[in-house]
Ligand binder design. Structure first.
Ligand code: MEV
Length: 403
């Protein structure tokens, strides 16, 4: 039998025989994970934290965030608490659908105008075939096309309702491409696959009284940092990484495809040919105004979302009956919260003060010490602003010597 055909327990036996150290795992959990992926031999766990008090369009949310990076949840919390003092985030979504692409090879006699006449009929056929999607409020919405020599590029817009819709869109595209291949002078379909080009755009906006962030000067510094992020790609990519710290953490916690969002986001950041900040901070009528638009091709059903209890736990934290639109608005708001917290830290005390304190917890967690000793070591590291592993060990040694 090939490796992929084996039961996960058998795969683990083989790896162990090769000297690989594997973590223990519950049989039932292993079985369930094997159904989600391939060649499964174990699991990788991430801490799940919550950002509290995120107010979006007048509703208060607790937001699940899965990340291993210390300070990401703290930053989201900090940003969210400032937003809450200022009436929260206003978010709007344009959830018209996700794009699919079909590329056809055609001969010299092909007529694009003739093909375009058939588009309404093709949309009807797709919606008659994929009735369950239509029943859920989605469906194929539009088809457009352009020709470049002997290649015809079709763009199909599919509304996936409450799912991210990758599988459904691909099925629709394959169904349509069989029909398209029958048209006069179409030689063949080259491919039919969804496009991760930005769609399902969500915009989050906050208006902040400078008093709530330390005054006018701090607000002006944030505006300046934002301008630098617009002008300078070296800063822009770091600014956007801070945004994606929060965004990815919620995407992972909710079982969404963070690779799709990451790539679409990069296109948005590059939209005028230079890589720029995704967020923008300006002063308007004495208020600091922050805005962020992100492509939110996400779902609350479909994929492995229902099958994963860890993901269901996240939805339970978010609250009942959350729609994909609301989730997109929450995620974009978290991105803006992480961004504000990072800009505040950078423009005031610097990022290391908060970061290193949190990093110190990781160092202390690795010490072979009692909980009481760990607490004392951590406090001393913070007091002395020295967060190295060797310093942690020195403090511990000294502490034990004193006893
Ligand atoms: C660190 O993970 C993210 C930041 O560098 C983001 C930023 O600089 O805006 C703090």
């Amino acid at each position: 039998m090939r490796f992929y055909q084996l039961q996960p327990e058998e795969r683990r036996r083989i790896l162990r025989a090769e000297g690989i150290k594997l973590e223990d795992i519950d049989d039932q959990v292993l079985k369930r994970l094997d159904e989600l992926s391939e060649n499964v031999i174990g699991q990788l766990r991430l801490p799940l934290g919550v950002a509290q008090n995120l107010v979006v369009n007048g509703q208060n949310y607790m937001v699940p965030m899965a990340t291993e990076e210390p300070s990401v949840v703290a930053a989201a919390n900090h940003g969210a608490s400032i937003f809450a003092k200022n009436g929260g985030v206003k978010a709007v979504s344009h959830r018209d659908g996700i794009y699919g692409q079909i590329v056809l090879k055609v001969d010299e006699q092909f007529s694009l105008a003739d093909l375009e006449e058939k588009f309404p009929e093709l949309i009807d056929l797709a919606n008659q075939k994929f009735t369950s999607l239509v029943g859920h409020g989605g469906g194929t919405r539009s088809i457009s096309a352009k020709q470049n020599g002997n290649l015809v590029y079709l763009k199909v817009l599919v509304d996936p309702a409450e799912a991210m819709g990758a599988n459904k869109t691909n099925s629709i595209l394959e169904f349509l491409s069989v029909k398209l291949e029958q048209f006069d002078h179409v030689e063949e379909k080259l491919f039919a696959i969804l496009s991760n080009y930005p769609s399902q755009l969500t915009k989050a906006e906050v208006k902040i009284d400078p008093i709530t962030i330390g005054g006018e000067k701090v607000a002006q510094r944030i505006v300046l940092l934002s301008q630098i992020g617009y002008d300078d790609s070296y800063r822009a990519v770091t600014n956007n990484k801070g945004i994606m710290n929060g965004v990815d953490a919620v995407l992972i916690a909710t079982g969404n495809d963070y690779r799709a969002i990451e790539n679409a986001t990069a296109v948005l950041a590059n939209r005028d040919g230079q890589y720029r900040s995704l967020s923008k901070w300006t002063m308007e009528d004495d208020k600091l105004v922050g805005e962020l638009t992100l492509p939110m091709a996400i779902g609350v059903v479909g994929g492995s979302i229902k099958a994963r209890r860890d993901v269901q736990q996240s939805f339970s934290i978010l609250g009942k009956n959350i729609t994909s639109q609301t989730l997109g608005e929450i995620i974009t708001s978290i991105g803006l919260a992480n961004n504000l917290a990072a800009l505040l830290a950078i423009s005031t005390v610097g990022i290391q003060a908060g970061h290193m304190k949190l990093q110190a917890r990781n160092v202390v967690a690795e010490l072979d010490a009692t909980e009481e000793e760990k607490k004392t070591v951590l406090n001393k590291m913070i007091e002395e602003k020295n967060y190295s592993e060797s310093h942690a060990k020195d403090i511990l040694e000294k502490l034990r010597g004193e006893k």
